[in-house]
Design a protein around this ligand. Structure first.
Ligand SMILES: *Cc1c(COP(=O)(O)O)cnc(C)c1O
Length: 393
């Protein structure tokens, strides 16, 4: 029957979640209101108790936010989604809602800096310990489990070295131990990788990155089955790291072009990675889409492409790396990623500057490492821009 056709990704990206007002506007409306009015006292009581579905207060939900949540849930293949003020707010909400004192987390060593801080330095004050696994071998994750482990938290590909973890293998480890597997899917987005379909329990997003895609707003999301998201909601509505309706509206519109952007940016990235690999001034390129990448085959099994983050080592040290950055005119010198504008950063002195030389060395983040988040510029222009930098070495 015509009606039962499941819409494709592109149709969902532009249409899922639309709820029109009585004015029947075509584009999704932005509802800037902190609270909602009830018809009478009985309805107010029923809304507050949850007996009657509907909007109550902006900290709990908002129609624009609901549209964003439903659209993102459709793209990730999730039963439910909750939007949050930032990616970190999403991670905080997930751990605060699902863990308690005495629980233990097994996490990958290569995590977004603030995630590492949260799990390693802040949660222990509340009795939740984390162990960080340095390798990409699922057996090492299994060995890090303890009887009190309740969650595994991973990012793949990792930042900045683009190490890839085999999600299916880690799902098996998590299931065997009865622990939740949480995947931060920020780098791939549902366009390239859908961890829930592979068996992960929760997906986290920093919507600040590719979901907005144009560097305008902060936002985050937690996605998964209803029963888990309901728990996260209890924390969110009480503790309050809610997303602004304006930010949700920007991200909602960003989702409409997500696939087109991410695929084009990934194509640019693959071409740039190949170009860099052929340059004599470049010692090594880290990009999952290259055959030279150590987890290339795992990446190609679970990702549609290598993504849009390319890291590389120049021959030399910090001085040579900085020369490349300083000679570029098009690439923006900023640590943000996921933007249509390409960005270049020196992780050792910026994003990973605070972790200390020893931890950087252990993580394989050298002074000669540069990370590019490839945007939508003409690839010839990006290559010419980098060529002038590499010529300075
Ligand atoms: C940026 C980022 C975060 C944090 O997101 P914010 O929106 O900045 O709070 C989490 N995980 C990854 C992989 C990120 O790149």
């Amino acid at each position: 029957m015509q009606d039962e056709r499941v819409p494709g990704f592109d149709t969902l990206a532009v249409r899922a979640g639309i709820a029109r007002s009585r004015f029947n506007e075509h584009s999704e409306a932005l509802y800037l209101t902190s609270s909602f009015v009830f018809d009478n006292a009985a309805q107010a009581a029923a809304r507050f108790s949850g007996e009657e579905p509907g909007y109550v207060y902006g900290r709990f939900s908002n129609p624009t936010v609901t549209m964003m949540q439903e659209r993102l849930a459709a793209l990730e293949g999730a039963e439910a989604c909750l939007a949050t003020a930032s990616g970190m707010a999403a991670i905080l909400a997930a751990v605060m809602a699902l863990l308690e004192a005495g629980n233990h987390i097994v996490a990958s060593q290569s995590l977004f800096g603030a995630t590492h801080q949260l799990l390693g330095n802040i949660l222990p004050r509340f009795g939740v310990e984390a162990s960080f696994v340095r390798s990409t071998d699922p057996a090492d994750y299994a060995n890090a489990l303890r009887p009190e482990t309740r969650m595994m938290f991973i990012e793949t590909p990792s930042n900045p070295l683009t190490e890839v973890l085999d999600i299916t293998a880690l799902v098996a480890v998590a299931r065997a131990a009865g622990v939740l597997l949480v995947v931060d899917n920020c780098f791939c987005t549902p366009v390239l990788q859908q961890p829930l379909a592979l068996g992960a329990d929760l997906v986290i997003h920093s919507a600040t990155k590719y979901l907005d895609g144009q560097g305008r707003v902060l936002g985050g999301a937690v996605l998964g089955r209803r029963e888990l998201i309901d728990e996260v909601f209890k924390f969110l509505r009480t503790a309050g790291p809610s997303i602004s309706p304006f930010n949700a509206w920007v991200i909602l519109k960003g989702l409409e072009t997500l696939r087109i952007r991410v695929e084009a940016q990934s194509r640019n990235a693959l071409e740039l990675a190949r170009w860099l690999e052929a340059r004599p001034e470049v010692a090594r390129v880290y990009y999952p889409g290259l055959a030279s990448h150590p987890q290339h085959s795992a990446a190609m099994r679970q990702q549609k492409s290598g993504g849009a983050i390319v890291s590389f080592e120049v021959r030399g040290g910090r001085e040579q790396a900085w020369r490349v950055i300083d000679a570029t005119h098009i690439l923006s010198i900023t640590a943000n990623l996921g933007d249509t504008k390409s960005t270049i950063t020196h992780p050792a002195s910026t994003t990973h500057g605070r972790i200390g030389a020893e931890a950087r060395a252990a993580a394989g983040i050298g002074e000669n490492l540069l990370r590019i988040a490839v945007g939508l510029e003409d690839i010839e222009d990006l290559e010419a821009d980098l060529e002038s930098g590499l010529a300075q070495i």
